[in-house]
Write a protein that binds this ligand. Structure first.
Ligand code: UFG
Length: 348
């Protein structure tokens, strides 16, 4: 297949491109490099010469995108490009709606204009908001009620895709989509070719590794008074390789008319304290911490019930052990203390 990957120079998107080319697909990366790294795309171009193309393009450029999809004869779109910081979305909601919601609309429109019939969308467990305890682990049937603009900006895209699919069905044109609701994505290519390089970094595991590598002196735990066994928040950490494998399975299974929704998680949760302890074990570094206040908007416990994708597509996460997930990220951190380079991904 010829696949357009928006956000293909970012953390998850670049790993998806790697898996696509490993599976024999051709990829056009579209990225505006506001959060992605040109260097990541260059790594991919060197791994699969002639099968990865890169365009510095914003997802709001509808006409240009449609032209690219046509000239590259795209069969499918994998849409990763997004802003993904919950706190930032509260501070700058319109920026999130412009980039994530209007940006997705533009990309869906371009796909329609170019006659591209398969669309896989990176959604999030943030669309579930703070589900009642008896609904955790969360199944896809759980009500969606986001508690921040980030979650809303993604949920609105799910709605657009449902309506676009309805329109396509009524008009007899083939269109199929899947929305994958990610839980907490972590880890890196086990061969160390790609990794996680967010600027600024706000995620728990990379921050632990920054402390372990000496980039930061210590870190703060955001609250230990939650109603969880050790008082810190619990999350479901899924390896980025498992996540992109799920994308490939879904992409290859999509049939005209499909509307699929899948949770992507492991089905097992780790508390913040357990994560820090695991990073200490893996890195051999003490990782000093201080206890801080709760971070606004953090639900106490988010874990996935991943049964649907297991049942329907036979998906099984390969990395079910947190230490193994961290080991792959740690390898990348040690080999690339400056990420993709001191100048990379300064943002714009
Ligand atoms: N945490 C700390 N200290 C830190 C960083 C994080 O204690 O320095 C805690 C957070 O408070 C949270 C847990 O570690 O309890 C995990 O936090 P992350 O920021 O790593 O991840 P989130 O669960 O907040 O975010 C993830 C995805 C988002 C998505 C969100 C949905 O990264 O993209 O889940 O809730 F929107």
């Amino acid at each position: 297949m010829n696949v357009l990957v928006s956000g293909g120079a970012g953390y998850i998107g670049s790993h998806a491109v790697l898996r696509l080319v490993e599976n024999g697909h051709q990829v056009l990366i579209v990225d505006n490099l506001s959060r992605g790294h040109r260097e990541a795309a260059a790594v991919l171009e060197s791994i699969a010469p002639g099968r990865v193309a890169f365009e510095d393009c914003d997802i709001l450029e509808t006409e240009r995108l449609a032209g690219l999809m046509t000239s590259h004869r795209c069969d499918a779109v994998l849409h990763f490009a997004a802003l993904a910081y919950v706190g930032e979305s509260v501070e700058q909601p319109l920026r999130y709606y412009r980039n994530n919601t209007a940006g997705a609309l533009s990309l869906i429109q371009a796909a329609e204009d170019a006659g591209v019939g398969r669309f896989v969308f990176s959604s999030t467990c943030a669309t579930y908001g703070e589900p009642p305890v008896d609904q955790v682990p969360i199944a896809e049937t759980c009500g969606q009620s986001p508690v921040n603009p980030y979650g809303w900006s993604k949920l609105m895209v799910e709605r657009m895709l449902i309506d676009r699919a309805g329109q396509a069905r009524a008009g007899g044109s083939p269109f199929a989509f899947a929305a994958l609701r990610y839980f907490n994505v972590a880890g890196a290519d086990p061969e160390g070719r790609l990794g996680e390089d967010h600027r600024p970094e706000s995620h728990l595991l990379p921050i632990c590794l920054e402390v372990a590598s000496g980039k930061r002196e210590s870190m703060t735990i955001f609250g230990d008074d939650y109603d969880t066994p050790d008082g810190t928040c619990i999350r479901d950490y899924v390896h980025v390789i498992d996540l992109v494998n799920a994308h490939l399975l879904v992409l290859e299974a999509l049939e005209p008319g499909d509307q699929r929704f899948y949770n992507i998680g492991v089905g097992r949760g780790y508390s913040v304290l357990e994560c820090i302890e695991a990073c200490r074990r893996v890195t051999g570094h003490p990782i000093p911490v201080t206890m801080g206040a709760r971070r606004p908007g953090d639900p106490p416990m988010l874990t996935a019930n991943p049964d649907r994708i297991r049942r329907e597509l036979g998906f099984e996460a390969r990395y079910t052990n947190l230490d193994e997930i961290i080991e792959t990220a740690w390898r990348w951190f040690q080999a690339n203390p400056q990420g993709y380079g001191p100048e990379a991904g300064s943002g714009r």
